[in-house]
Design a binder for this molecule. Structure first.
Ligand SMILES: [Zn+2]
Length: 270
């Protein structure tokens, strides 16, 4: 099932309804302005604030729709099994995050879960993911707009074999260098979040030993692409390493740094 399809009509309907409400509210404000001229300035401010609130609500609604689509995609692409991964996206000072233990195909617009950067729940009744400490630590320590956590099988396999993913491919440059493995700690704990932050220093992704992956980026799409790329690189290394009698050639740190510069837009022809 394409997650964007059946849901999209509902989202569209809901947005249109809200726009309708917004116009009605404006009408009310004008009426009040006519009858209470001395409070005109307050009314203008009310209208402005109502406008800001409506824009913020729309941004949250859009972000939730994208978050649910990304979470469903991670299950459809086989990067998570069941509800084993989680996704978050930042909207201003709020973090929208997948709830704990609810299958992604059952999530509706009404299930929006948002917390502030201290983890206090601001929107929703469903409990946020148990990996919330990890998501919040990423936002506190990096300039991230979205975080994706999965239990992707090849990446998790690599996390049990080495302290960092060997430089098997130049796409390591997109992560800021060799992808490290954060030492094991129990899921959902602050200890795991701390280990992850250390492994993420100067990187946009890491592996969690005997657990899975974490990536972040400015947008959900980019964070998701990074996770898929990381899983692919891990699969590549496992494949190359499993040929009897051969060991894969690896790139040097300098070769990967050169690619990093190129990805940043340096060294392009012309
Ligand atoms: Zn996990």
């Amino acid at each position: 099932m394409d997650p964007r399809d059946p849901g999209s009509a509902t989202w569209q309907d809901r947005r249109m309804t809200e726009t309708g409400d917004g116009h009605e509210r404006h009408g009310d404000e004008h009426e009040r302005q006519d009858t209470h001229e001395d409070t005109g300035r307050d009314t203008d401010r009310d209208v402005r604030e109502a406008g800001h609130r409506a824009a913020r609500e729309q941004a949250i609604e859009r972000a939730w729709r994208d978050l649910v689509a990304t979470a469903r995609r991670s299950a459809a692409d086989g990067l998570v099994v069941g509800t084993s991964g989680n996704v978050s996206v930042r909207v201003g000072d709020l973090v929208l995050v997948t709830p704990s233990g609810v299958p992604y195909d059952r999530l509706t617009p009404e299930d929006t879960v948002a917390v502030d950067l201290d983890g206090r729940q601001v929107i929703g009744r469903l409990k946020p993911t148990s990996e919330l400490p990890m998501h919040l630590e990423v936002y506190r320590n990096a300039d991230a707009g979205a975080v994706v956590h999965t239990h992707a099988v090849h990446a998790t396999a690599v996390s049990t074999l080495v302290p960092e993913l060997p430089l098997i491919h130049y796409m390591a440059a997109d992560f800021g260098g060799p992808v490290r493995v954060a030492p094991y700690a129990m899921y959902g704990t602050d200890a795991l979040a701390e280990n992850m932050v250390r492994a993420l220093r100067g990187r946009t992704g890491c592996l969690l030993q005997n657990h899975g992956t974490v990536t972040h980026a400015a947008t959900l799409d980019k964070a998701y692409d990074r996770t898929a790329q990381l899983e692919w690189m891990c699969r590549l290394w496992l494949t190359a390493s499993s040929v009897p009698g051969h060991a894969p050639t690896l790139l040097s740190r300098q070769q990967v740094r050169d690619v990093e510069q190129r990805l940043k837009g340096y060294g392009q022809p012309g």
